[in-house]
Write a protein that binds this ligand. Structure first.
Ligand code: 5GP
Length: 204
């Protein structure tokens, strides 16, 4: 059986940068989400996303097909239970990048999922990082900063592991170490090593 890892971070904490530094494709499996936004050039239906109409999205929603949903820049996004279940039926490690609400849903439906939160070294630095992004308006930055406090409070109550992204190399190393530790956790280890453990105990 596979393992779900949820990764949550306030905007500007460096989640994408850390993931970009890892060989994520080798370490994790990612699920294909459903979205109502139009495909960008080069994007393939069923590979990058399942591209659907708003009508279809809402019918999937009312049928209870989504583990979690979000609205980003006016478009709907959702993670399908069917995708997660399919991946969980293999030995893969499924990484879900979710906001606190989505990560709470994942824990509720899949209690063995593990929640990791990436934190900025300080509120001031988070603020500086967000202001340094030339693409975002002052209002957007303010919104993200006030959301960050709530997201971090969620993490204090719900996350299983934390990474402080003060120094990128260290944060990447911490992330890899956490992934390795999760694989050694009793429930995960026993489930994923049944054959090996059976052999060991039969011989002994
Ligand atoms: P994009 O449209 O640029 O691919 O993604 C926009 C945003 O939507 C990104 O922050 C991405 O992480 C988020 N997103 C993509 N799929 C999902 C999903 O299934 N659930 C949630 N909550 N967010 C998603």
């Amino acid at each position: 059986m596979g393992q779900i890892i949820t990764l949550t971070a306030p905007s500007g904490a460096g989640k994408s940068t850390i993931l970009g530094r890892l060989n994520s494709k080798k370490l994790f499996t990612f699920s294909v989400s459903v979205t109502t936004r139009a495909p960008r050039e080069g994007e393939e239906d069923g590979v990058d996303y399942y591209f659907v109409s708003e009508e279809k999205f809402h019918s999937l929603l009312s049928e209870g097909k989504f583990l979690e949903t979000a609205i980003v820049h006016g478009n709907f996004y959702g993670t399908l239970f069917s995708e997660v279940d399919q991946i969980l039926s293999t030995d893969a490690t499924l990484l879900l990048e979710l906001n606190p609400e989505g990560a709470s849903n994942a824990k509720a439906y899949y209690p063995t999922s593990v929640a990791i939160m990436i934190l900025p070294p300080s509120y001031e630095l988070l603020s500086e990082r967000l202001k340094g992004r030339a693409t975002d308006s002052v209002q957007v930055v303010q919104k993200r900063l006030s959301a960050a406090r709530g997201e971090i409070k969620w993490g204090i109550d719900n996350a299983d592991y934390f990474i402080i992204n003060a120094q990128l190399d260290q944060a990447v190393e911490d992330f890899e170490n956490i992934i390795n530790i999760i694989k050694c956790k009793h429930s995960v280890f026993v489930e994923n090593n049944k054959k090996y453990l059976e052999e060991l105990t039969n011989i002994m």
